[in-house]
Design a binder for this molecule. Structure first.
Ligand code: ZN
Length: 151
């Protein structure tokens, strides 16, 4: 039997990625894909600005870095911000069992939709994630609207 991982410790990896993105001049959203046994499979961050690629979200970056996995039911997608529709679709498509969300205050994304469809979603309400994202959105409203497809 696998013990419940320390989700806040896993979130630290995603926050590190978000901070790296911020330091690169990008959108500070980071993510990490873990196996439920605690192994880190891959991590990444939003690189829309850095690479001019709107398809590189934190979650998709972490997912791609993890390479091919046989199954995803026992994996945990950890992300600093609630996943958008695109990333929520990724979670459903590959049957990722658990999503750990740093915060859903600045953006609620697909949290309810994932729960309604059987994904376990844990929202940590992490103050570091709330302030990092909130401050960034306040300073970059145009870029934020572009990232969530509102413009
Ligand atoms: Zn996304």
């Amino acid at each position: 039997m696998i013990a419940t991982p320390d989700y806040r410790a896993l979130l630290d990896t995603a926050i590190e990625e978000a901070r790296q993105g911020l330091a690169e001049g990008g959108i500070p959203i980071g993510a990490a894909l873990y196996h439920a046994d605690g192994r880190l499979l891959g991590c990444g961050h939003n690189r829309r600005v850095q690479e001019g690629d709107p398809s590189i979200h934190g979650e998709t970056d972490a997912f791609r870095k993890a390479g091919r996995q046989r199954a995803y039911r026992d994996t945990i997608m950890v992300t600093t911000l609630a996943p958008c529709w695109y990333c929520s679709g990724l979670v459903r498509q590959f049957n990722i069992g658990t999503v750990v969300v740093g915060e859903a205050v600045n953006f609620a994304g697909g949290v309810d939709w994932l729960r309604e469809n059987g994904t376990e979603v844990v929202v940590l309400d992490d103050a570091r994630c709330v302030s990092m994202m909130g401050e960034w959105i306040a300073a970059n409203p145009g870029l934020w609207n572009e990232d969530i497809g509102e413009e």
